[in-house]
Ligand binder design. Structure first.
Ligand SMILES: Cc1cc2nc3c(=O)[nH]c(=O)nc-3n(C[C@H](O)[C@H](O)[C@H](O)COP(=O)(O)O)c2cc1C
Length: 340
Protein backbone atom coordinates (compact mmCIF):
# COMPACT_ATOMS: atom_id res chain seq x y z
CA UNK A 1 0.00 0.00 0.00
CA UNK A 2 1.22 3.48 -0.86
CA UNK A 3 1.15 6.41 1.55
CA UNK A 4 -1.25 8.20 -0.79
CA UNK A 5 -3.78 5.34 -0.36
CA UNK A 6 -4.05 6.43 3.28
CA UNK A 7 -4.23 10.17 2.53
CA UNK A 8 -6.71 9.96 -0.35
CA UNK A 9 -9.86 9.18 1.71
CA UNK A 10 -9.12 12.23 3.89
CA UNK A 11 -8.47 14.42 0.89
CA UNK A 12 -11.70 13.17 -0.75
CA UNK A 13 -13.71 14.32 2.26
CA UNK A 14 -12.65 17.89 1.49
CA UNK A 15 -14.36 19.84 -1.31
CA UNK A 16 -12.41 19.16 -4.55
CA UNK A 17 -11.41 22.76 -5.17
CA UNK A 18 -10.25 23.23 -1.58
CA UNK A 19 -8.19 20.02 -1.78
CA UNK A 20 -6.63 21.32 -4.98
CA UNK A 21 -5.73 24.65 -3.35
CA UNK A 22 -4.10 22.78 -0.44
CA UNK A 23 -2.07 20.68 -2.85
CA UNK A 24 -0.81 23.75 -4.72
CA UNK A 25 0.00 25.52 -1.46
CA UNK A 26 2.04 22.50 -0.33
CA UNK A 27 3.93 22.21 -3.61
CA UNK A 28 4.72 25.93 -3.67
CA UNK A 29 7.07 25.24 -0.78
CA UNK A 30 8.85 22.40 -2.55
CA UNK A 31 12.18 23.55 -4.05
CA UNK A 32 13.23 22.37 -7.50
CA UNK A 33 15.27 19.20 -7.18
CA UNK A 34 14.95 17.31 -10.40
CA UNK A 35 15.06 13.54 -9.97
CA UNK A 36 17.39 11.55 -12.21
CA UNK A 37 15.65 9.51 -14.87
CA UNK A 38 16.82 6.98 -17.43
CA UNK A 39 18.46 8.89 -20.34
CA UNK A 40 16.46 6.72 -22.77
CA UNK A 41 13.55 9.05 -21.91
CA UNK A 42 15.31 12.22 -23.09
CA UNK A 43 13.55 13.53 -26.16
CA UNK A 44 13.71 16.64 -28.33
CA UNK A 45 10.45 18.10 -29.62
CA UNK A 46 10.13 21.43 -31.45
CA UNK A 47 13.78 22.09 -30.65
CA UNK A 48 13.29 21.69 -26.87
CA UNK A 49 15.21 18.95 -25.04
CA UNK A 50 12.78 17.31 -22.59
CA UNK A 51 14.34 15.17 -19.82
CA UNK A 52 11.34 12.85 -20.02
CA UNK A 53 8.09 12.87 -22.02
CA UNK A 54 5.62 12.95 -19.07
CA UNK A 55 4.18 16.46 -18.63
CA UNK A 56 1.82 18.15 -16.22
CA UNK A 57 -1.24 19.33 -18.20
CA UNK A 58 -2.61 22.87 -18.02
CA UNK A 59 -5.19 23.72 -15.38
CA UNK A 60 -3.39 22.25 -12.38
CA UNK A 61 -1.08 25.23 -11.79
CA UNK A 62 -3.20 27.94 -13.38
CA UNK A 63 -1.31 30.84 -11.78
CA UNK A 64 2.25 29.53 -12.10
CA UNK A 65 2.74 29.07 -8.36
CA UNK A 66 4.23 25.60 -8.14
CA UNK A 67 6.09 24.71 -11.36
CA UNK A 68 9.31 23.96 -9.48
CA UNK A 69 7.45 21.61 -7.12
CA UNK A 70 5.89 19.65 -9.98
CA UNK A 71 9.29 19.30 -11.67
CA UNK A 72 10.59 17.90 -8.38
CA UNK A 73 7.76 15.33 -8.48
CA UNK A 74 9.32 13.99 -11.69
CA UNK A 75 7.42 15.65 -14.50
CA UNK A 76 9.58 16.26 -17.58
CA UNK A 77 7.76 19.54 -18.19
CA UNK A 78 5.03 21.64 -16.62
CA UNK A 79 2.40 23.67 -18.48
CA UNK A 80 1.08 26.52 -16.34
CA UNK A 81 -2.17 28.41 -17.08
CA UNK A 82 -4.57 28.91 -18.69
CA UNK A 83 -3.75 32.59 -18.20
CA UNK A 84 -5.98 35.26 -19.76
CA UNK A 85 -4.96 38.90 -20.35
CA UNK A 86 -7.21 40.10 -17.50
CA UNK A 87 -7.72 38.34 -14.19
CA UNK A 88 -11.16 36.71 -13.93
CA UNK A 89 -13.14 34.76 -11.33
CA UNK A 90 -14.43 31.94 -13.49
CA UNK A 91 -17.80 30.27 -12.96
CA UNK A 92 -19.66 30.10 -9.63
CA UNK A 93 -18.80 27.22 -7.29
CA UNK A 94 -19.17 24.31 -7.11
CA UNK A 95 -17.46 23.87 -10.45
CA UNK A 96 -15.07 20.95 -9.88
CA UNK A 97 -16.34 17.42 -9.24
CA UNK A 98 -14.64 14.10 -8.55
CA UNK A 99 -16.22 11.01 -10.09
CA UNK A 100 -14.41 8.30 -8.08
CA UNK A 101 -16.30 5.27 -9.42
CA UNK A 102 -15.26 6.36 -12.91
CA UNK A 103 -11.79 7.63 -11.98
CA UNK A 104 -12.84 10.82 -13.71
CA UNK A 105 -13.28 14.55 -13.11
CA UNK A 106 -15.85 17.04 -14.41
CA UNK A 107 -14.93 20.72 -14.33
CA UNK A 108 -16.51 23.96 -15.43
CA UNK A 109 -13.94 26.27 -13.89
CA UNK A 110 -14.17 28.83 -16.71
CA UNK A 111 -10.57 30.07 -16.80
CA UNK A 112 -10.39 31.34 -13.22
CA UNK A 113 -6.96 32.96 -13.01
CA UNK A 114 -5.10 35.95 -11.67
CA UNK A 115 -4.23 37.32 -15.11
CA UNK A 116 -1.35 36.97 -17.53
CA UNK A 117 0.97 39.64 -16.12
CA UNK A 118 0.73 38.39 -12.53
CA UNK A 119 1.30 34.79 -13.60
CA UNK A 120 4.26 35.64 -15.82
CA UNK A 121 5.82 37.88 -13.17
CA UNK A 122 5.53 35.06 -10.63
CA UNK A 123 7.14 32.62 -13.03
CA UNK A 124 9.94 35.04 -13.96
CA UNK A 125 10.70 35.73 -10.30
CA UNK A 126 11.16 32.05 -9.56
CA UNK A 127 11.97 30.49 -12.91
CA UNK A 128 12.73 26.78 -12.55
CA UNK A 129 15.58 25.32 -14.60
CA UNK A 130 13.24 22.67 -16.02
CA UNK A 131 10.89 23.02 -18.99
CA UNK A 132 7.89 25.28 -18.35
CA UNK A 133 5.22 26.04 -20.96
CA UNK A 134 2.62 28.79 -20.59
CA UNK A 135 -0.95 28.11 -21.74
CA UNK A 136 -2.88 31.21 -22.84
CA UNK A 137 -6.58 31.86 -23.38
CA UNK A 138 -9.13 34.59 -24.02
CA UNK A 139 -11.15 36.44 -21.39
CA UNK A 140 -14.82 35.53 -21.22
CA UNK A 141 -15.85 39.13 -21.93
CA UNK A 142 -13.22 39.84 -24.59
CA UNK A 143 -14.57 41.84 -27.51
CA UNK A 144 -11.74 40.51 -29.70
CA UNK A 145 -10.74 37.02 -28.65
CA UNK A 146 -8.04 36.67 -31.27
CA UNK A 147 -6.39 39.84 -29.92
CA UNK A 148 -6.36 38.21 -26.46
CA UNK A 149 -4.44 35.24 -27.88
CA UNK A 150 -2.00 37.54 -29.68
CA UNK A 151 -1.38 39.38 -26.39
CA UNK A 152 -0.91 36.11 -24.53
CA UNK A 153 1.50 34.68 -27.09
CA UNK A 154 3.60 37.86 -27.28
CA UNK A 155 3.93 38.28 -23.52
CA UNK A 156 4.29 34.62 -22.56
CA UNK A 157 7.03 34.09 -25.18
CA UNK A 158 9.36 36.23 -23.07
CA UNK A 159 9.26 33.82 -20.09
CA UNK A 160 8.11 30.41 -21.36
CA UNK A 161 9.96 27.55 -23.04
CA UNK A 162 6.85 27.16 -25.24
CA UNK A 163 3.40 28.75 -25.44
CA UNK A 164 0.16 26.82 -25.83
CA UNK A 165 -2.81 28.44 -27.53
CA UNK A 166 -5.81 26.89 -25.85
CA UNK A 167 -8.93 27.11 -28.03
CA UNK A 168 -10.59 23.98 -26.68
CA UNK A 169 -11.96 24.74 -23.22
CA UNK A 170 -15.68 23.89 -23.15
CA UNK A 171 -16.27 26.34 -20.30
CA UNK A 172 -15.95 29.65 -22.16
CA UNK A 173 -19.00 29.87 -24.45
CA UNK A 174 -18.08 30.05 -28.14
CA UNK A 175 -14.34 29.53 -27.59
CA UNK A 176 -14.19 26.23 -29.43
CA UNK A 177 -15.57 27.97 -32.53
CA UNK A 178 -12.00 29.15 -33.05
CA UNK A 179 -11.09 25.59 -34.04
CA UNK A 180 -12.71 25.77 -37.47
CA UNK A 181 -12.79 27.62 -40.76
CA UNK A 182 -11.86 31.25 -41.19
CA UNK A 183 -11.76 31.84 -37.41
CA UNK A 184 -8.95 29.29 -37.12
CA UNK A 185 -6.98 30.74 -40.03
CA UNK A 186 -7.31 34.26 -38.62
CA UNK A 187 -6.27 33.06 -35.15
CA UNK A 188 -3.20 31.23 -36.43
CA UNK A 189 -2.13 34.23 -38.55
CA UNK A 190 -2.44 36.54 -35.51
CA UNK A 191 -0.51 34.09 -33.33
CA UNK A 192 2.28 33.79 -35.89
CA UNK A 193 2.51 37.58 -36.17
CA UNK A 194 2.70 37.94 -32.36
CA UNK A 195 5.06 35.09 -31.57
CA UNK A 196 8.54 35.46 -30.19
CA UNK A 197 11.27 32.88 -30.59
CA UNK A 198 9.76 30.01 -28.58
CA UNK A 199 7.63 27.20 -30.07
CA UNK A 200 3.84 27.52 -30.27
CA UNK A 201 1.54 24.59 -29.53
CA UNK A 202 -2.20 24.51 -30.30
CA UNK A 203 -4.50 22.61 -27.92
CA UNK A 204 -7.63 21.04 -29.40
CA UNK A 205 -10.78 19.32 -28.18
CA UNK A 206 -11.49 15.60 -28.52
CA UNK A 207 -15.00 16.32 -29.83
CA UNK A 208 -14.11 16.86 -33.49
CA UNK A 209 -15.32 15.03 -36.59
CA UNK A 210 -13.10 13.83 -39.45
CA UNK A 211 -13.40 16.97 -41.64
CA UNK A 212 -12.69 19.20 -38.61
CA UNK A 213 -9.57 17.19 -37.76
CA UNK A 214 -8.38 17.41 -41.37
CA UNK A 215 -9.03 21.16 -41.39
CA UNK A 216 -7.09 21.78 -38.16
CA UNK A 217 -4.21 19.57 -39.31
CA UNK A 218 -3.88 21.42 -42.61
CA UNK A 219 -4.24 24.90 -41.08
CA UNK A 220 -1.72 24.08 -38.33
CA UNK A 221 0.88 22.77 -40.77
CA UNK A 222 0.36 25.65 -43.23
CA UNK A 223 0.65 28.25 -40.46
CA UNK A 224 4.04 27.08 -39.24
CA UNK A 225 3.10 26.48 -35.60
CA UNK A 226 5.09 23.76 -33.88
CA UNK A 227 2.85 21.07 -32.35
CA UNK A 228 -0.72 20.04 -31.48
CA UNK A 229 -1.92 18.98 -28.03
CA UNK A 230 -4.62 16.33 -28.37
CA UNK A 231 -6.70 16.81 -26.28
CA UNK A 232 -8.63 18.93 -23.80
CA UNK A 233 -11.65 17.63 -21.82
CA UNK A 234 -14.75 16.27 -23.58
CA UNK A 235 -18.32 17.53 -23.56
CA UNK A 236 -19.45 14.00 -24.45
CA UNK A 237 -20.88 11.82 -21.67
CA UNK A 238 -20.07 8.15 -22.09
CA UNK A 239 -21.91 5.95 -19.56
CA UNK A 240 -20.75 6.98 -16.04
CA UNK A 241 -21.56 5.58 -12.61
CA UNK A 242 -20.73 8.43 -10.24
CA UNK A 243 -23.14 10.77 -8.49
CA UNK A 244 -21.88 13.87 -10.31
CA UNK A 245 -22.06 12.29 -13.78
CA UNK A 246 -24.58 14.78 -15.14
CA UNK A 247 -22.82 17.95 -14.01
CA UNK A 248 -22.14 20.37 -16.87
CA UNK A 249 -18.55 20.92 -17.98
CA UNK A 250 -15.62 19.02 -19.43
CA UNK A 251 -15.04 15.38 -18.55
CA UNK A 252 -11.49 14.07 -18.06
CA UNK A 253 -9.77 10.98 -16.69
CA UNK A 254 -10.30 7.31 -17.52
CA UNK A 255 -13.55 7.71 -19.56
CA UNK A 256 -11.65 10.10 -21.87
CA UNK A 257 -8.79 7.67 -22.45
CA UNK A 258 -10.29 5.76 -25.40
CA UNK A 259 -11.75 8.79 -27.21
CA UNK A 260 -8.56 10.86 -26.74
CA UNK A 261 -6.41 7.98 -28.03
CA UNK A 262 -8.65 7.66 -31.09
CA UNK A 263 -8.52 11.42 -31.65
CA UNK A 264 -4.71 11.26 -31.49
CA UNK A 265 -4.68 8.45 -34.06
CA UNK A 266 -6.91 10.56 -36.32
CA UNK A 267 -4.56 13.53 -35.99
CA UNK A 268 -1.59 11.30 -36.73
CA UNK A 269 -3.26 10.15 -39.96
CA UNK A 270 -4.30 13.70 -40.84
CA UNK A 271 -0.82 15.15 -40.29
CA UNK A 272 1.06 12.16 -41.68
CA UNK A 273 3.68 12.71 -39.00
CA UNK A 274 4.47 16.20 -40.37
CA UNK A 275 3.80 17.86 -37.02
CA UNK A 276 4.63 16.67 -33.49
CA UNK A 277 1.63 15.63 -31.40
CA UNK A 278 1.28 15.75 -27.61
CA UNK A 279 -1.17 13.23 -26.17
CA UNK A 280 -3.46 14.03 -23.23
CA UNK A 281 -6.66 12.56 -21.83
CA UNK A 282 -6.99 9.67 -19.41
CA UNK A 283 -3.28 8.89 -19.14
CA UNK A 284 -2.45 7.38 -15.74
CA UNK A 285 0.34 4.84 -16.16
CA UNK A 286 3.53 4.13 -18.10
CA UNK A 287 1.51 1.73 -20.24
CA UNK A 288 -0.96 4.50 -21.12
CA UNK A 289 1.88 6.86 -21.99
CA UNK A 290 3.57 4.19 -24.09
CA UNK A 291 0.34 3.42 -25.98
CA UNK A 292 -0.04 7.14 -26.71
CA UNK A 293 3.58 7.34 -27.96
CA UNK A 294 3.05 4.32 -30.25
CA UNK A 295 -0.10 6.03 -31.57
CA UNK A 296 1.85 9.15 -32.52
CA UNK A 297 2.52 11.27 -29.44
CA UNK A 298 6.03 12.69 -28.99
CA UNK A 299 5.11 13.79 -25.45
CA UNK A 300 2.16 13.23 -23.11
CA UNK A 301 0.45 15.26 -20.40
CA UNK A 302 -1.86 14.36 -17.53
CA UNK A 303 -4.03 15.93 -14.88
CA UNK A 304 -6.94 13.80 -13.60
CA UNK A 305 -4.89 10.71 -12.76
CA UNK A 306 -3.00 12.77 -10.17
CA UNK A 307 -6.25 13.06 -8.19
CA UNK A 308 -6.52 9.28 -7.93
CA UNK A 309 -2.88 8.14 -8.06
CA UNK A 310 -1.23 10.86 -6.01
CA UNK A 311 2.02 12.80 -6.20
CA UNK A 312 4.26 9.76 -6.85
CA UNK A 313 2.67 9.13 -10.25
CA UNK A 314 5.18 10.91 -12.52
CA UNK A 315 8.11 9.16 -10.85
CA UNK A 316 6.46 5.75 -11.19
CA UNK A 317 5.74 6.42 -14.85
CA UNK A 318 9.30 7.54 -15.62
CA UNK A 319 10.58 4.49 -13.74
CA UNK A 320 8.37 2.04 -15.67
CA UNK A 321 8.45 3.53 -19.18
CA UNK A 322 12.07 2.62 -20.13
CA UNK A 323 11.36 -1.12 -19.77
CA UNK A 324 8.41 -0.85 -22.18
CA UNK A 325 10.60 0.88 -24.78
CA UNK A 326 13.50 -1.53 -24.50
CA UNK A 327 11.19 -4.60 -24.43
CA UNK A 328 10.10 -3.64 -27.94
CA UNK A 329 13.60 -2.80 -29.14
CA UNK A 330 13.36 1.01 -29.10
CA UNK A 331 16.48 2.95 -28.15
CA UNK A 332 14.58 6.20 -27.56
CA UNK A 333 11.10 7.69 -27.25
CA UNK A 334 11.43 9.24 -30.72
CA UNK A 335 12.03 5.83 -32.29
CA UNK A 336 8.71 4.58 -30.86
CA UNK A 337 6.56 7.53 -31.92
CA UNK A 338 3.81 6.53 -34.33
CA UNK A 339 4.90 2.91 -34.69
CA UNK A 340 1.31 1.75 -34.10
C1 LIG B 1 -10.01 20.91 -13.16
C2 LIG B 1 -9.42 21.01 -14.53
C3 LIG B 1 -9.03 22.24 -15.01
C4 LIG B 1 -8.48 22.35 -16.29
N1 LIG B 1 -8.08 23.57 -16.74
C5 LIG B 1 -7.48 23.67 -17.95
C6 LIG B 1 -6.99 24.92 -18.40
O1 LIG B 1 -7.05 25.95 -17.71
N2 LIG B 1 -6.43 24.97 -19.65
C7 LIG B 1 -6.29 23.87 -20.44
O2 LIG B 1 -5.76 23.96 -21.54
N3 LIG B 1 -6.75 22.65 -20.02
C8 LIG B 1 -7.32 22.54 -18.81
N4 LIG B 1 -7.76 21.32 -18.38
C9 LIG B 1 -7.63 20.14 -19.28
C10 LIG B 1 -6.39 19.31 -18.98
O3 LIG B 1 -5.21 20.07 -19.22
C11 LIG B 1 -6.35 18.03 -19.85
O4 LIG B 1 -6.24 18.41 -21.21
C12 LIG B 1 -7.58 17.15 -19.68
O5 LIG B 1 -8.01 17.15 -18.34
C13 LIG B 1 -7.35 15.72 -20.12
O6 LIG B 1 -6.32 15.11 -19.38
P1 LIG B 1 -6.60 14.17 -18.09
O7 LIG B 1 -7.62 13.14 -18.50
O8 LIG B 1 -5.26 13.59 -17.76
O9 LIG B 1 -7.10 15.06 -17.02
C14 LIG B 1 -8.32 21.19 -17.10
C15 LIG B 1 -8.71 19.94 -16.60
C16 LIG B 1 -9.25 19.83 -15.33
C17 LIG B 1 -9.65 18.47 -14.82
Amino acid sequence: MRAFDLVRPLLFRIDAERAHALTIAGLTRLPERVPKVDPVLTTTVAGIAFPNPIGLAAGVDKNAQAAAGFLTLGFGFVEVGTLTPLAQDGNPRPRLFRLPADRAVINRMGFNNGGLDAGLARLAARRPKGIVGVNVGANKDATDRIADYATGVARASTVADYVTVNISSPNTPGLRGLQTGSELTALLAAVQAARGTVPIFLKVAPDLDGPQIDGIARAAIDSGIDALIVSNTTIARPPLRSRHASEAGGLSGVPLRGPALQCLRDFRSATGGAMPLIGAGGIGSAADAYARIRAGASLVQLYSALVYEGPGLARRMTRDLPALLTRDGFGSVTEAVGTG
